[in-house]
Structure formats: C-alpha cells, structure tokens
Design a protein around this ligand. Sequence first.
Ligand SMILES: *Cc1c(COP(=O)(O)O)cnc(C)c1O
Length: 439
Amino acid sequence: MASTLPDHPAHAPRDLEPLGIEVPSSVPTHWYNLAADLPTPVPPALHPGTKEPLGPADLAPLFPMALIMQEVSTERYIEIPQVVREIYAMWRPSPLIRAVRLERELGTPARIYYKYEGVSPAGSHKPNTAVAQAYYNAAEGIKKLTTETGAGQWGASLSMACALLGLECEVWQVRASYDSKPYRRLQMETYGATCHPSPSDLTEAGRAMLAADPDTTGSLGMAISEAVEAAAKDPTAHYSLGSVLNHVMLHQSVIGQEALAQIAAAGERQADVVFGCAGGGSNLGGLAFPFIGQNLREGTTTRVVACEPAACPSITQGEYRYDFGDVAGLTPLLKMYTLGKDFVPPPIHAGGLRYHGMSPMVSHAVHLGLMSGVAVEQDDAFAAGVMFARAEGIIPAPESTHAVAGAVAYARTVKEPEVIVIGLSGNGILDLPAYESYV
Ligand SMILES: *Cc1c(COP(=O)(O)O)cnc(C)c1O
C-alpha cells in the first residue's frame, strides 16, 4: 500500500549546528567504550572472502568513517556531538525508578530498581544509537539511510532519527510483521520514511526470493540483504544496523552511565545484580558495560545476567565461534555466541530477541566470565510482564519482560537486602496483541 501521508520536509537537509539548547549535565557528555578496560581485546570481524580482519575500506560503502573508527576504537571515552546531546535531552536522562510495589508483591528484602528506556519518543532504547548514526551519516553528506526491521522498533527509531536530522529513510520490514503490525508501519510513515514489505521486487535479492517462493512471509536475514543491496547501489545512501555492532554498544552506554550515577544518588553503595534482555545485545551492553568497566577498574562486584528467550538461546546454548550475521552469508564473520546462521527461531512474541547470534562485545564479556546468561520461557516472561504492569503501571515490551522475569525469579531467592537493577528496554503499548494471546 502506498503511503497516504504527505511528503514531509524531513527529506530536506537540516542544519547540523547545535540549536543552543541547554542540556542538563546529567545527560552524558561522552560514550563509554568497554574495549578500553577489557583484559583481552574483542576478536575482530573478518572479511567473508579472505577471512582477514576487516579494514575501513571494506566498510566504507555502507557506513560513514566516524562510525567505522568507533567500531574499532579502544578509547575509553568518545565525545558525544552536541547536536546528538540536544536530541538525547528530549528524553534523557531516562528515569531509574525504585519498584517498591513490585518488591512488596514479591515479599523480597531486595531493593529493585528499573532503568526505563520506554520514555523515548519511539518507545525503546533504540533511538540512542539511531540518532547518533543518522547524525554521523548526515555530517558526511549522506542523503538516505536504508535498514531492515523485524518487529518494527528499529525501523521506527531510525525513521524518527532521520526525520530529526534531515535524511531520507527506506525500511524493508519482514512481510509477516508488515502485515500483522500496521501500527509500526504507520509510525515509520508518519516520520516520513518509506516502508516496503520484504521480500520486495525492488532488489535483486528480493526478486530472487519471491521467484523461489511467491508466498514467503520473509525473514530478518532476507530484509538485511535487501537493505544492504539498496545502500550499496546508491552512492548517496548508507546502511544502518540497530544492534550487534561495537559502535551500537558504544552509543547505548548512555544508559549504564546514567544508571551508575542514579544508583549512587539513591544512596546505594553499588548495584549487586543487573538483569537485561538480550537479542543482539545492545540494551544489555548499554546498561551493563559501564558497571563491568567499574568492576574492572575499581573492584566493585556487580554481577550481570543476560536474559534470553528459551526459544532462541544463543548465550546459554550456542557455540562461541565465527559466524555470519545473516542467512545468506554475505555479512562479515563475527566471533559470537551463535545458534548457527541457518537457525530459524520459532515465531515468539518478543520479535526483537529472535536473532541467531549475539554482539561480539557481549559474547566476549560472557566468554571472559564478566557476565552470565539465563534462558527464560515465554510464559514466564509474560507472567512477569503482567505482574510488573499490575504493580508498577508500565506495560513492558515483550522483549523487556525477559529481564523482568530473570529479576523476579532471582528476587524470590534473595535472603538479605541486595540491590537489583532491571533494564526495562521499552514499553509494550504497540505490542498489546502479544499480551492478548497470553492473558
Ligand atoms: C530491539 C529490542 C530489543 C532487542 O535488541 P537488543 O539489541 O538485544 O537490545 C530489546 N528490547 C526492545 C524494547 C527492543 O526494541
């Protein structure tokens, strides 16, 4: 269906100078890079043909040089451009809230806090990197970003960022989700983006897929191939990825840096355990890496638990080895916990957690014993999400309910006062049909 919305001036280039907005000092001035504090380096991405470490020239057709440099950086702190901080200030710092009613419901002596990323305009943590990526692309003269989206949260976040920074945005949305989640598509179109169901007849990859199976419902791997092909063929366009890569983990570090300061301001000595949900690893890494860095530098003892769906358990069941990021085997090889690129996760409701691999940085941290993983059954995740909604008022995104479930199960075993932090990566307002099938 063609968009009925007017062509929005989002497509006109924006001035990239700061607007002179006073940004509170509680909005971080720098991103934190865990690579600076790791005892051994994160294994590099390899070229799929030569199997040699990837160089900047390999990535230049798809990404701006600023992001390519961030991808391999080992600097501890990287300055956040003021234009990006001004946009962050629309919703950052995001709140850290004590879940007193949930504690009472559980009868736990633990003090439970949640760091809530659902306050962003798109409803999740994803704009933290979408805005940064759109900024660096616009600054290097790029006119359009292409991307894929499965559940729709990433497409919506990048559409918003492109509108704010004057870029066109073209999104390939997995056919099954395009058909079943019209609100996400309307959200993207309202921001001025163009959204195609994938596979489409607009790319060679899509046409081949349609020829093989005209009724296919698509997959994330297919949509990635289409978005990459479209960017590679258009010299004014780049491609954008919403998770997994090192520069995404970097941008998401605003979450954990704020949480560290907020935990201290709440009078706590340290967080004892941090729970985050893990799909590609970005909200978890963003929240947890500043805590892990503090452990490594200052000897704090915060534990980190990655909560993944039992139906797609890359950390708890996968192998730690080099694998492709997509199904077709076109992407660089990444060293990560993987279920294998051909693993097809069952259609669980937490669409954002259906990925066969895991961020190389998160994988490396798990491998070094700096964090651990648990697998959560879908029913337990929704039960925890409903309990959280009834105690705290916020309906968590289906992905976020996995972190809540991990924390709830743990809090029930706690005998002494302890500090638990939950990464609540998004709200579930556009995912209520998923709750309907549970309730
Ligand atoms: C996309 C998404 C996730 C999963 O992605 P990560 O990179 O693992 O964070 C989790 N929660 C929400 C709300 C999402 O939109």
